[in-house]
Write a protein that binds this ligand. Structure first.
Ligand code: G
Ligand code: G
Ligand code: MN
Ligand code: NA
Length: 251
């Protein structure tokens, strides 16, 4: 069934599509360093659905494992054709991370696609870590031991985030866009982001600021020392055919 073997099972995911939003280095003219994979559902009646409308349903119905692996496989196959130094970031739901063999299943997808592990970034939410059991800990250790990058998504919106940083080895923090949106409007936005960036640097953790929508925010975040930037200012999530910046390496 779906629960036990998401890789072998092939439900009809024909109406799913993976969009990509570029992530940019905060130095050297803001070149694209990678892209985040964001799933969409092209519904025959309701048009293009964003994950908020179907991911929770997939989670409840036990389909999230199969859906998650479908996205992962798509993303890895796609990123294989991008320039060598780029990464692809894939969102992982808490239910996926609870699978005891999750790491081995990810390795299998990487091997099948040929993508080097260091070019895959898995985005976890803090709620994955709140359960704080040793299984999740060893799954993360196993993923990192192969060179897979682990990032903490929506950082700052959950709670006990500092204890997560203490307990888990994480490669990157994605600063939630609710903080970025404060830049230029409220003084405490800069103070909060500055503190997150300083903490991350001291811990040797990279930072991606999400939801960058203006040139002012871009310049401010770069000056604060964020490692990477992501948001509508650079690009919205687009279907693969519209993702032009990694095209050179294709053919
Ligand atoms: O574009 P945006 O609406 O794409 O995404 C909304 C949310 O859906 C984000 O928080 C993102 O983390 C989540 N999301 C997008 N794609 C996936 C996916 O493939 N798997 C999981 N678990 N979450 C996803
Ligand atoms: O939680 P997750 O980070 O994975 O969320 C990605 C979501 O954020 C997607 O829904 C995407 O469409 C949205 N998003 C990406 N860039 C921006 C931006 O600059 N502004 C806003 N408002 N939303 C963004
Ligand atoms: Mn994300
Ligand atoms: Na986020």
């Amino acid at each position: 069934g779906l629960q036990s073997d998401p890789i072998a099972t092939k439900p009809d995911f024909g109406s799913l599509e993976v969009y990509y939003q570029t992530v940019h280095r905060a130095e050297g003219g803001y070149p694209a360093s990678g892209a985040e994979a964001l799933v969409r559902w092209r519904h025959s009646q309701r048009g293009l659905l964003t994950p908020a409308s179907f991911i929770p349903v997939a989670e409840e119905g036990g389909l999230i494992d199969a859906l998650g692996f479908w996205v992962l496989r798509e993303a890895c196959r796609t990123a294989c054709k991008w320039p060598e130094h780029t990464f692809v970031a894939v969102n992982v739901s808490p239910a996926q991370l609870r699978r005891p063999n999750f790491a081995e299943e990810v390795f299998a997808v990487l091997e099948e696609s040929g993508l080097p592990p260091s070019r895959l970034e898995l985005e976890l939410t803090e709620s994955s870590l709140i359960e704080d059991n040793s299984d999740v800990y060893s799954v993360l250790q196993s993923l990192r031991s192969q060179g897979i990058q682990i990032s903490l998504d929506d950082f700052g919106t959950g709670f006990s985030c500092l204890s997560h940083l203490m307990r888990f080895d994480i490669d990157r923090i994605k600063i939630d866009r609710s903080f970025v949106s404060l830049l230029g409007t409220k003084a405490n936005g800069a103070a909060i982001i500055g503190a997150i960036v300083a903490l991350s640097r001291n811990l040797g953790i990279s930072t991606t600021a999400e939801g960058v929508e203006t040139e002012y925010q871009r310049d401010f975040l770069a000056a604060l020392g964020c490692t990477d930037l992501q948001g509508y200012f650079f690009s919205k999530p687009v279907p693969l055919r519209e993702l032009d910046c990694f095209r050179e390496a294709e053919s």
